[in-house]
Design a protein around this ligand. Sequence first.
Ligand code: ZN
Length: 242
Amino acid sequence: MRFAVISDIHSNLEALAAVLEDVDRQELDAVLCLGDVVGYGPDPVVCLEIVRTVSLFVLAGNHDYAAVGLTDIRDFNPAARAAVEWTRQQLDPRSRAYLTSLPLTRQDLGAFFVHGSPCDPAEWAYILTLGDARRALECFSESVCFIGHSHVPAVLEIDSSGEINVLDPQRVVFRRDSRYIVNVGSVGQPRDGNPDAAYGIWDIEENVFELRRVAYDVQTTQRKILQAGLPPVLAHRLTFGH
Ligand code: ZN
């Protein structure tokens, strides 16, 4: 089985559609979604409909819960907060009920899945430093934990000697005596300096992770963001992937 692991779609329909076309071309067996389907972008309801249809499971992200009042937005930046308010007005009862139902974590297929951190998932902590990674590795028992949230693809390995290694996420062969935290990056708002949509392919039999990048029609998304009256910075950043 080969899975597409997607995260942080952020209501970006053009990026989502391009990724799902790539998923088809790669003949992947199923899609697993780590959350933040909504927030920032102009197409929350249609992205939710698509993601819930194609995914084996969907987890909650901080923006998903924020859109239905399940998490505090006081520490969101002004553009993110404006997008939450706008998204709330777009949601219909079916979308609201769905977002409210999303779980924070999932243990499945021998791996652990969470939007932000396996430690206190509802706190939405980021795993940015090696210290964060070392703490996070104690909060799950599986050999691999898939995350999103920072919008920056990354693979961190703790090997049998206890060393933490930062690996190139492009392609990683999971070793049996190591454990991993894998950030699959963001479909709809990449922040690693590459504007192309990001997602991961996890080959469960071969124990291989590969990062995919997919170009999409950024200008259409930007035009929709501006037309919706969302903060212009949310459009501009998509040009640069930051
Ligand atoms: Zn996000």
